[in-house]
Design a protein around this ligand. Structure first.
Ligand SMILES: [Zn+2]
Length: 406
């Protein structure tokens, strides 16, 4: 591995153009059936390990920021229907997360987050990993990956224990990315969304959301305000990738990122608005998160191969897209939902239940693996556990995921 690729320095040179290519890598994928059952409307809260330094910072600045925590916690609590005790706990958790940022020596440059935690430089392009949610999927593995016997997962349980919620179920991370270079800020995908988002409601009902609703806070932690985002790029229109597109205000939709163009592929826009596709969706999240983009004047559809902006080009086939970054001889590719689990890198025939065209999905995975290894590209993913960034190596005619060491 080339260590310089994982440099911790902030090296963006504003005059040099970001060189990002968008490549379509995947056919249609869509939910095939309603999948949720009722349960309690409570989200789990988990305590995290806190260093002495964080606690110290917390005490020192508690007074100054307390009001802000209260306001935010109240908002979140209302959304989640939290009990009094849960509200108190959430005060503590929110405080901890805030002071993690303050405790960092790089606070001035990047809102306080260590570059090594989730930032990566590819030439002059900075990739910042943003986790919106972590969800324990309720579907058994043999339903999630039809045709793959449960025992075939045994080696992967040992290899990637954090990708399993139980013996028979997955834990998926919902990841978005900020791309920054030459003064441009692009947000790739918008995650699960706020508590009222249709998918978020379902996950709360199934008690599946382990963490959620983090995108805006996570963006703030890396110094990105909503108005700083110039482009929201949507790899595809599944509900776990479009959730924070819009906010609700007095019953009206408004752009979460008010100055951004929302860029998606025309093929997805058209397909997800057909009655046939809508009938497959378990709820009308398209009407909530996507359709209003048009009348709000923020929608930009990719129609054919063309330059999107200086240094940004699009290669067009219908459906799902990846973002390929190429700068100063270094390459990185976002594979998004082409690979839901790292095991699929070694087993590209393991189709996920959301792959509509399974043959195309398998071909896509193989093609991607060949391209990634030929380009020696860094890979960043949508649903793997932290660090979510790594390389793919070929050994004995097979491919393997090598996660970046944290
Ligand atoms: Zn996804």
């Amino acid at each position: 591995m080339n260590d310089s690729v994982f440099s911790l320095k902030w090296l963006v040179k504003p005059k040099e153009e970001m060189n990002i290519f968008l490549m379509v890598v995947f056919g249609f994928i869509a939910p095939q059936r309603p999948i949720f059952t009722d349960s309690t409307r409570v989200i789990k809260l988990y305590l995290c390990t806190v260093s002495k330094k964080v606690i110290l910072m917390y005490k020192e600045t508690k007074q100054r920021c307390w009001q802000r925590f209260l306001e935010r916690t109240e908002r979140v609590s209302e959304e989640l229907f939290l009990s009094r005790e849960q509200q108190l706990l959430s005060h503590v958790l929110l405080s901890i997360s805030r002071f993690k940022f303050l405790a960092s020596p790089r606070g001035k440059q990047l809102g306080g987050v260590e570059m090594s935690d989730r930032n990566l430089l590819i030439g002059d392009v900075e990739i910042v990993r943003i986790v919106d949610a972590i969800v324990d999927y309720p579907f058994p593995l043999d339903e999630f990956y039809p045709g793959v016997p449960v025992e075939n997962w045994d080696p992967w349980r040992k290899e990637y224990p954090t990708t399993f919620a139980t013996e028979k179920t997955h834990r998926l991370v919902y990841t978005c990315y900020v791309l920054r270079s030459a003064g441009q800020t692009i947000l790739v995908d918008t995650g699960l969304g706020p508590a009222w988002a249709p998918l978020a409601v379902f996950w709360q009902q199934t008690n599946a959301a382990r963490q959620a609703f983090q995108l805006l806070d996570e963006l703030q932690s890396v110094g990105v305000r909503p108005e700083d985002v110039q482009m929201v790029f949507l790899t595809h229109l599944h509900p776990d990738h479009v959730g924070w597109n819009l906010l609700q205000e007095n019953g009206q939709s408004r752009l979460t990122f008010p100055r951004a163009r929302y860029v998606l592929h025309q093929a997805d826009w058209e397909a997800f608005h057909t009655p046939e596709m809508q009938a497959l969706l378990p709820f009308d999240y398209i009407g909530v998160h996507v359709t209003p983009l048009e009348h709000l004047g923020a929608l930009e559809l990719l129609i054919k191969d063309s330059d999107l902006a200086p240094g940004i080009a699009v290669i067009h086939t219908p459906g799902h897209m990846s973002v390929v970054i190429s700068s100063k001889g270094q390459n990185a590719i976002l594979v998004s939902d082409a690979f839901i689990h790292p095991a699929q890198i070694t087993e590209p025939t393991w189709d996920c239940m959301f792959d509509v065209d399974k043959e195309m999905a398998q071909q896509t995975r193989r093609r991607l693996l060949e391209r990634i290894t030929a380009d020696e590209a860094i890979v960043y993913v949508s649903h793997f556990p932290a660090p979510g960034i790594g390389r793919i190596v070929r050994r004995d005619q097979r491919y393997y995921w090598h996660a970046r060491e944290e």
